[in-house]
Ligand binder design. Structure first.
Ligand SMILES: [Zn+2]
Length: 226
């Protein structure tokens, strides 16, 4: 009986599938025709409408600032990675120390938002590359993860976008990214599984080779089963 209930819930949530084959965030061509300030004003009205429809009293002291606060948060913070003007400048350097081994930056804090429910995705990203003559500042790797995370996202696409951005910056295919994250849309609603987390991985260039992949995953204490 419990299994049937589980199956039913799973089927009921099949539209929740966090799969997307396209690595580009689906943005309209005219996405930036209006300014951030204009967006904030429009979203403020929209949030007012949602709360009002839900029956909230927006004259209450605690609530009256909420629509504007949410609108500013959407545009300036949690969805600021939609706008290419906020893309971090991936300053790179010549590899003077001739370090030709793998560089791994692990446990990068990740906050994103699921584009199916607009609820948080919280986890860690682990990024690695093997230099072919160019190196990148370590904090830039965090910033690239953060930039792509600050969009309505699906985890698969985020993983691929991080790899692609670093491949472009470092001028090499030899980049990999693993993301391990909890999706609050799975944890706090729907199937309400508090424990589960989702792991996605993208291995570029030489990282596709089993021994290189194994070395990378060894640094993360994950085994090479994916
Ligand atoms: Zn979701």
């Amino acid at each position: 009986m419990r299994f049937n209930q589980f199956l039913k819930e799973t089927l009921d949530h099949r539209d929740d599938d966090h799969f997307s084959a396209n690595m580009n965030t689906p943005l309209r061509e005219n996405a930036f025709d209006i300014s951030d300030n204009e967006k904030i004003k429009l979203i403020e009205k929209d949030v007012t409408n949602i709360l009002d429809t839900l029956g909230m009293d927006l004259t209450d002291d605690s609530l009256k600032g909420t629509p504007k606060r949410v609108a500013k948060m959407f545009v300036n913070e949690i969805f600021s990675g939609l706008n290419p003007k906020n893309m971090p400048n991936p300053s790179t350097f010549e590899n003077k120390y001739k370090y030709n081994e793998m560089l791994v930056e692990k446990n990068i804090t990740l906050y994103s938002s699921c584009e199916h429910h607009l609820l948080p995705i919280v986890g860690r990203a682990h990024v690695a590359y093997i230099s072919n003559g160019t190196v990148i500042g370590l904090s830039k790797m965090n910033r690239i993860v953060d930039y792509y995370a600050k969009r309505p996202q699906v985890q698969e696409r985020l993983t691929i976008q991080v790899v692609k951005a670093l491949q472009d910056a470092l001028n090499t295919d030899d980049v990999a990214c693993v993301i391990d994250a909890k999706h609050l849309c799975v944890n706090m609603r729907g199937i309400r599984d508090i424990e589960s987390s989702t792991v996605t991985a993208e291995f570029g260039g030489t990282f596709k080779k089993p021994d290189v992949k194994k070395e990378f995953l060894g640094y993360l204490n994950l085994d090479a089963t994916f």
